[in-house]
Design a protein around this ligand. Structure first.
Ligand SMILES: NC(=O)c1ccc[n+]([C@@H]2O[C@H](COP(=O)([O-])OP(=O)(O)OC[C@H]3O[C@@H](n4cnc5c(N)ncnc54)[C@H](OP(=O)(O)O)[C@@H]3O)[C@@H](O)[C@H]2O)c1
Length: 257
């Protein structure tokens, strides 16, 4: 039997109302974890939490928060601890696509991206680590992309923010290993989610996925559930000897290991 031992564990998933975060919340709640999802749009978040409770018969709580706002991160963490008694798992999943060239990007656009993808994760990690120590350990998974390891052209500022996130992942894995807190990153390629639905802008979504998939060695885009499976495994007792890694989940798209 392959027991993930997630029953009763408390997990925060940022950006859990859509796409990859939603699929991860569903997977973890199905495994018996008590899941807290956050996002900025409160009504949509609460509806997602309710739907996930019905779909899984599990524990899914929505707490609205913007990871770019320090007070929101603290409130999210405090409320989770008050309601569930601690925190075992953090998935820094909130993010959005930003892939442009040097001359198209203002200072503000650079700062916004770093704020969301790097500082959001920094704040959440800083906030949850004392609670994980009290539990005798924990697991943090940071969403990243292959461009953080191997930047192409016109992939700014994401490729830089994600490279910083990968460095943060390794730095924290080194710092927190003594506390039995594992820290890993997952480097995403092209995976079906709400962001692609928005970007298809009324054109055929299947057509877009087919076109994107033709660039991938495995010949298709990924499913949100495939991301959820990896993140859930890394967060579980079955991933107990894995820390300080950045694992590609991209059908072979990233040119480096
Ligand atoms: N899907 C892909 O192909 C792909 C590729 C590379 C990387 N990624 C990364 O994977 C992660 C998940 O992406 P996705 O494709 O699932 O995107 P998505 O479908 O657009 O979902 C993004 C989620 O993040 C939330 N969010 C955005 N900004 C936030 C903020 N400041 N604070 C809190 N929540 C926030 C959104 O809700 P609100 O808008 O209501 O806040 C939503 O729940 C992101 O980090 C993304 O950059 C995805």
């Amino acid at each position: 039997m392959f027991d993930l031992e997630l029953e009763g564990k408390v997990a925060i998933i940022t950006g859990g109302s859509d796409g990859l975060g939603r699929a991860t919340a569903k997977r973890m709640a199905s495994e018996g974890a008590r899941v807290v999802i956050c996002a900025r749009r409160e009504e949509h978040l609460m509806q997602t939490a309710e739907n996930l409770r019905k779909e899984t018969a599990g524990s899914v709580r929505g707490i609205s928060a913007d990871v770019c706002v320090p007070e929101d991160c603290l409130r999210l963490i405090d409320q989770t601890v008050q309601e569930f008694g601690g925190i075992d798992i953090l998935i820094n999943n909130a993010g959005k696509s930003a892939a442009l060239g040097l001359e198209e990007l203002s200072d503000e656009a650079w700062q916004d991206d770093l704020e969301l993808k790097l500082m959001g994760a920094v704040r959440m990690c800083r906030g949850v680590v004392p609670h994980m120590r009290k539990r005798g350990g924990g697991s943090i998974v940071n969403a990243s992309t292959g461009a953080g390891k191997a930047p192409g052209s016109m992939a700014l500022p994401t490729s830089v923010s994600r490279a910083a996130g990968n460095n943060l992942t390794k730095s924290l894995a080194n710092e927190l290993a003594k506390d039995r807190i594992r820290v890993n990153a997952v480097c995403i390629g092209l995976i079906k989610s709400a962001q692609w639905e928005r970007r298809s802008g009324g054109d055929s979504l299947e057509g877009l996925y087919k076109e994107l998939g033709s660039k991938v060695p495995l010949g298709r885009v990924g499913e949100a559930e495939e991301y959820a499976d990896l993140v859930t495994f890394l967060s579980s007792a079955r991933g107990s000897y894995i820390t300080g890694t950045a694992i590609n989940i991209d059908g072979g798209l990233c040119p480096v290991i």
